[in-house]
Design a protein around this ligand. Structure first.
Ligand code: FES
Length: 134
């Protein structure tokens, strides 16, 4: 799949290293987007946060109670856009590292999803640990 394939705005079912998630321009700066990726035939929800020319992605599962973080589609940031927010019990996470920085799960982190940006396109990156999970 190429960025051109994605031009219609459809969210692809990416799952392999190098698969396209979206164009960088599809995520406004200091905003987030959700995606469904297919790993080993199983759908997993992930989300990506853009900070200028960088993108950080995580599995959409809060380490506190193993629940999705968001209740509104594509909304994963606190009101001031400085941290990732779990809307269930208000845990907050550092955008760059995914570490819990407030709320009920200190010492825990979101599960990172590697992404790379090439020619303005955000793709899944290589990470054996993540790719091997069922
Ligand atoms: S499930 Fe996320 S803070 Fe409780």
């Amino acid at each position: 799949m190429t960025a051109k394939d994605y031009a219609d705005g459809a969210k692809p079912g990416a799952g392999a290293v190098g698969d396209v998630l979206c164009r960088l321009a599809d995520i406004p700066d200091r905003d987030s987007r959700a995606f469904t990726v297919a790993l080993n035939g199983k759908a997993r929800e992930i989300f990506a946060v853009r900070l200028a020319d960088e993108v950080f992605a995580y599995v959409n599962v809060c380490p506190h109670r193993q629940m999705p973080l968001n209740w509104k589609p594509d909304v994963f940031l606190a009101y001031d856009k400085s941290r990732i927010l779990c809307t269930m019990h208000a845990a907050t996470f550092d955008i760059r590292q995914g570490h819990c920085v407030g709320g009920p799960c200190p010492g825990q982190s979101l599960e990172s999803v590697p992404v790379v940006i090439e020619d303005g396109v955000v793709r899944l990156g290589a990470c054996a640990d993540w790719a091997m999970k069922p």
